[in-house]
Design a protein around this ligand. Structure first.
Ligand SMILES: NC(=O)c1ccc[n+]([C@@H]2O[C@H](COP(=O)([O-])OP(=O)(O)OC[C@H]3O[C@@H](n4cnc5c(N)ncnc54)[C@H](OP(=O)(O)O)[C@@H]3O)[C@@H](O)[C@H]2O)c1
Length: 442
């Protein structure tokens, strides 16, 4: 429903910017440098009336010193802003600042996936009540348009599956491990040196950042509320060079993938974990710090969105895209489409999720062992598609005592797989932990 909001003729629309870090600085620059173009596109000029930061003593070259304050709440409580752009990040004080902005009748643009994945319902409900916009294109996959395509372009279709590489840091690390045979730790240090990974990389490498984005994508795709804490989340810290090598031997690469999939009329699966992707799949070719999102819809078929998923300027492009859209809405006295949440779908337990698995284990190298392993799998309703047997020693030297088995399974449920792993672990023919990775895109 389009709602009427305040209209003030041809007066400038007043913009407040909260945060002037990696993204905020680029947003301020674009607003100041492209004022005439933005005014022509919106039909009204924009006026940046204040920028809130934490540390006023820091030099901010190229930005007018008179705009800065270290009192974001005071800036909002002036009640002058038509649009508040939140680029502070995190939960507090961003949550309270956004809610205050909405209470004052301002529309909001944010890139804050952590906040929306945890408190989206509260924020979107407040915006609906106030008749203002909350836009967040930059919250998922930086410069790549994916929120608007899901919310608007594909709103007449039925989305069945969204699968994406939505964290550039982990994609960079896995790509280095794949193309240069680098170990995880060395690849992480390289990512930090290049500014792709934070000094504390936990949110990226443990998958939390991707999980917040998966929650936002699933909510939009399936018109249901998914919170970040409902997303099954595994990061990449346990991936070792042998996993990458074994994946390559079966024609796959390892990627950290966010998956939102419809299982039936009542359930969806939303998860983030390292995943084997066949080399022929479009996501397999996404290298470096790039992001890509693959969408399958009934009528549209398969779509792929690809581009830079982070960085100051790319992310600022998505933020200013939202700024112009929200400003156009205000200039016309309307609010744009909110989230359309009308389903109450359950996020399925991982145990119920069905996928293929890639198993890797070391077994006693003697006749009949393969049959023993296959029988244990069959006992748990898991059938094997392919088996690869290699000497366990990666130098290629056969030690005579054990061999490495790599097995690609057909579809199986996670609960069956876990029961099978317990039985394999207890079997005396198995001489190592059983490593497993889920497989998608086959
Ligand atoms: N960086 C990316 O590539 C990227 C990509 C997609 C989305 N995002 C999202 O964009 C948002 C901003 O990220 P960023 O990388 O630009 O962060 P950042 O570089 O850390 O900048 C944060 C800004 O917020 C200010 N700030 C922090 N706490 C504050 C407080 N209590 N009061 C007032 N100002 C405060 C900081 O002030 P000081 O300058 O004084 O420290 C800084 O200007 C986050 O939600 C992030 O998840 C970032």
């Amino acid at each position: 429903m389009m709602m009427r909001v305040r209209q003030d003729g041809d007066e400038p629309l007043k913009v407040v910017l909260l945060g002037s870090g990696t993204v905020g600085t680029q947003v301020a620059r674009l607003i100041l440098e492209h004022g005439d173009d933005f005014a022509a596109r919106i039909g009204r000029p924009l006026e940046l009336i204040g920028i809130a930061v934490r540390d006023l003593s820091r030099q901010r070259p190229g930005l007018p010193a008179g705009l800065f304050t270290d009192d974001p709440q005071g800036l909002i409580d002036r009640g002058e802003a038509d649009i508040v752009i939140e680029l502070i990040g995190g939960i507090d004080p961003a949550r309270q600042l956004i809610l205050s902005a909405i209470e004052h009748g301002a529309s909001v643009v944010t890139a804050n996936k952590a906040l929306l994945a945890a408190h989206g319902e509260e924020i979107f409900d407040a915006a609906e009540l106030a008749g203002v916009d909350v836009y967040y294109e930059a919250a998922v996959a930086g410069a790549i348009p994916i929120i608007r395509p899901l919310r608007e372009s594909l709103v007449g279709d039925s989305i069945r599956h969204v699968m994406g590489i939505v964290n550039g840091t982990t994609n960079y690390i896995l790509d280095k491990m794949t193309t240069e045979q680098t170990d995880y730790e060395a690849a992480l240090v390289q990512a930090q040196d290049l500014g792709y990974a934070e000094a504390d990389p936990t949110a990226d490498v443990e998958g939390y950042d991707a999980a917040a984005k998966a929650a936002l994508l699933a909510s939009l795709a399936f018109h249901t509320r998914v919170n970040g804490d409902e997303v099954h989340t595994e990061g990449i810290t346990r991936i070792v060079q042998d996993d990458i090598r074994a994946a390559r031997d079966v024609g796959c690469v390892v990627k950290l993938v966010a998956i939102a999939k419809q299982l039936d009329d009542d359930q969806i699966s939303v998860r983030v974990h390292p995943t084997l992707i066949p080399l022929g799949h479009p996501l397999a070719a996404v290298g470096g710090a790039y992001n890509a999102i693959f969408v399958e819809a009934d009528a549209a078929g398969r779509l792929m969105f690809l581009g830079p998923g982070a960085g100051g300027a790319p992310t600022a492009s998505a933020v200013t895209g939202d700024l112009v859209t929200v400003a156009r809405n205000r200039a016309r006295g309307v609010a744009g489409p909110n989230q359309t949440i009308y389903n109450e779908l359950r996020v399925a337990d991982m145990g119920a999720v069905q996928t293929r698995y890639f198993l890797r284990l070391r077994v006693v190298d003697e006749p009949g062992v393969l049959a023993t392993i296959a029988a244990i799998l069959a006992h748990h309703k898991i059938s094997v598609q392919t088996v690869l047997q290699t000497p366990a020693d990666s130098s290629g030297v056969r030690d005579g005592a054990s061999a490495e088995l790599s097995l690609m399974t057909h579809m199986a449920t996670e609960s069956d797989l876990l029961a099978c792993l317990s039985e394999l672990k207890a079997n005396p023919k198995v001489r190592s932990e059983v490593r497993f990775l889920r497989v998608e895109g086959m």
